[in-house]
Design a protein around this ligand. Structure first.
Ligand code: SAM
Ligand code: SF4
Length: 317
């Protein structure tokens, strides 16, 4: 569907849970979040109804996210049902990777096309610090399990943080010399837990190009990522600059939260509830939500935090 600003909206991000098995400092509160009543959250049936409504309006790509999608009971079954909806061309998932050794094969069999695995450091101690409780080896095992299950073109999402992992930029780029993966550096956003964290830690993606001058532009974009490559390397590097660039003109996505709110824009507090609606009502409400998608976000920097009104784990990045 084309929105009021001539953007083709064909991408839906679906958060299937607010819960997570990690506690990344820039994303979630230290004590996690209180588990909410079942009745407040979307059922699997409602999530599928919403995705079917979105497909009727021209959505072809769905990303399953969270919270951590792999802690959601029945996740592989849900992914399979999504992949089977006529009109869906691509089902992707963003995961912290910890549970991939258990789920990678099931996800592949369910029809999940691609995985983004979040990994901000290759140092075990730093990993435990940033996630507050995680073990680096679990994610590395998850990456292997995904490759063994046959996933190709895996993307590693690495949030850049000054004084934390900017000294590892070269090491992350090195991963692309060895394997056909894409390492995506993402600028830290002042949203949720990132609001206080961001003040000292923001580093622009330009830093990657300064540190690794061998990176050559591939003169192509993939969604919001600008792509680069070390000449001759099997993998590639993506730079995602939500802060130093504005993507609004080409934004093709809407989001569905685990409690049934459509967020037409990540950085706006505008939320439209679809929980409890019948199929036709969902389609109509979704259509209006797309038409209400703002033309652009407001200023976003250390003095102007996101107006999203939720932590990232309650939206779905
Ligand atoms: N738990 C899964 C994971 O970590 O991949 C999926 C959900 S997580 C909210 C999705 C992505 O959002 C992750 O790659 C995470 O690093 C990113 N993210 C969370 N908070 C962020 C922030 N303040 N700025 C930039 N990216 C953020
Ligand atoms: Fe969990 Fe992902 Fe947020 Fe980390 S970034 S706390 S893994 S939802």
């Amino acid at each position: 569907m084309i929105d009021n600003y001539n953007r083709k909206i064909n991408y839906l991000r679906v958060s299937v849970t607010e819960l997570c098995n990690l506690r990344c400092r820039y994303c979630m509160p230290e004590d996690g979040i209180p588990k909410r009543d079942h009745e407040e959250m979307m059922t699997a049936e409602e999530t599928l109804m919403a995705i079917k409504a979105a497909v009727e309006l021209g959505i072809t790509k769905v990303r399953i996210t969270g919270g951590e999608p792999l802690v959601k009971r029945g996740i592989a079954k849900l992914c399979k049902a999504v992949a089977e909806i006529p009109g869906i061309e691509e089902v992707c998932m963003t995961t912290n990777g910890v549970l991939l050794p258990k789920f990678a094969e099931e996800l592949k069999a369910a029809g999940v096309d691609r995985l983004n695995i979040s990994l901000d450091t290759l140092d075990p101690e730093k990993f435990s610090y940033i996630t507050r409780n995680g073990q680096l080896q679990d994610v590395l095992d998850g990456l292997r399990a995904a490759e063994d299950a046959g996933f190709e073109n895996i993307k590693i999402n690495c949030v850049l943080m000054g004084g934390f992992n900017d000294d590892e930029i070269e090491a992350f780029v090195d991963m692309t010399r060895k394997e056909p993966i894409e390492v995506r550096f993402i600028e830290l956003m002042p949203i949720g837990g990132g609001i206080d964290f961001e003040k000292q830690k923001f580093v622009s993606c330009e830093e990657v190009l300064k540190r690794v001058p061998q990176l050559e532009s591939m003169e192509m974009d993939e969604g919001v990522a600008k792509l680069y490559k070390i000449p001759g390397a099997p993998g590639r590097v993506g730079l995602i600059r939500p802060i130093s660039c504005e993507f609004c003109e080409g934004c093709n996505k809407i989001r569905l939260t685990a409690d049934g709110k459509i967020k037409p824009c990540l950085h706006s507090d505008q939320e439209i509830s679809i929980k409890g609606l019948l199929q036709d009502e969902m389609t109509e409400t979704l259509k209006n939500a797309i038409l209400e998608k703002p033309e652009k976000r407001e200023a976003l920097d250390e003095n102007n935090p996101s107006k999203a009104g939720r932590d990232m784990n309650r939206i779905g990045g």
